[in-house]
Design a protein around this ligand. Structure first.
Ligand SMILES: Cc1cc2nc3c(=O)[nH]c(=O)nc-3n(C[C@H](O)[C@H](O)[C@H](O)COP(=O)(O)OP(=O)(O)OC[C@H]3O[C@@H](n4cnc5c(N)ncnc54)[C@H](O)[C@@H]3O)c2cc1C
Length: 241
């Protein structure tokens, strides 16, 4: 199938910390930019001649909307070609070539199983879109539990929203694990301790969704599969690299 490229214009940039930014990008098209929560886009950034270095994928953080705006949330890697370009060069009005939406990291049609979302850092991004979708569109669900690891309190993304949704439904809850800080409301340490304790009793109506970089995903898959006895079909993941 022919790759569909679009032009997006940066409408707004929000600085969350020195190393975390939200980019609001309007897709220039008369057609609605339709996507499913959990999917990603690939940006073609003018940072190199090599396609592998130019093309960078980012999960979409929001839901499809009439304004054709997608929200991307990025971490800065000090030696990263793409993220440095986005942090240091891109400003409001910058045009970005992008393709997508792509990816099969999406929720099933019917949410009749317990869904456990495991993520670290910007791995929370596709889950924000999924959770927003469920609440904004009043989609019935059995249970959603987000277990989200990050370094310090200032790095926690979308906290207000997660708190709001947890008040709206007892079936949605979230745990935050801080690796480099202590906070009375959050866990200290990595995400693995939380699900290893909470979900040690095997349950067939339970699916784990994992998103982030390879080290966390490899560890979580090993724990769930080897230690807790969950089946491959109960583990779905999106690997950032
Ligand atoms: C489907 C998909 C969705 C993604 N969504 C997001 C997103 O929503 N937000 C986001 O910030 N990024 C996301 N990424 C990662 C993103 O595509 C880039 O890889 C990231 O921005 C780094 O690119 P760069 O050009 O800045 O770094 P490069 O020039 O490619 O350099 C690599 C940098 O990445 C870091 N890195 C490489 N491997 C690892 C690793 N295993 N663990 C930790 N860090 C590593 C290193 O610090 C290194 O500096 C996603 C990736 C995929 C495949």
């Amino acid at each position: 199938m022919k790759t569909m490229w679009h032009v997006g214009r940066v409408e707004k940039i929000e600085t969350i910390t020195d190393a975390l930014k939200m980019f609001y990008i309007k897709i220039d098209s008369d057609e609605p930019f339709d996507f499913k929560s959990g999917q990603f886009v690939t940006l073609d950034l003018p940072v190199s001649e090599k396609r592998q270095q130019r093309w960078k994928s980012y999960s979409i953080a929001n839901n499809p909307n009439e304004d054709n705006i997608i929200e991307l949330c990025l971490s800065l890697y000090p030696d990263g070609l793409g993220s440095r370009y986005l942090f240091e060069v891109v400003t409001i009005g910058t045009e970005i070539k992008l393709k997508g939406p792509d990816g099969g990291f999406v929720l099933p049609e019917v949410l009749d199983k317990e869904l456990i979302f495991l993520c670290t850092g910007t791995g929370v991004v596709p889950f924000r879109s999924m959770i927003q979708n469920v609440f904004q569109n009043h989609i019935p669900f059995k249970k959603i539990h987000l277990i989200y690891g990050t370094k310090t309190e200032s790095d926690i993304l979308f906290l207000d929203e997660f708190e709001k949704y947890a008040l709206q439904s007892q079936d949605f809850k979230f745990d935050i694990c801080l690796t480099k800080a202590y906070h009375p409301k959050h866990h200290h340490g990595r995400i693995h301790d939380v699900y290893l304790d909470k979900y040690k009793e095997y349950e067939e109506d339970r699916v784990f969704y994992l998103c982030g970089w390879s080290q966390m995903i490899d560890e979580a898959v090993l724990h769930l599969f080897k230690e807790l006895g969950y089946l491959r079909s109960q583990i779905v993941y999106e690997l950032y690299g």
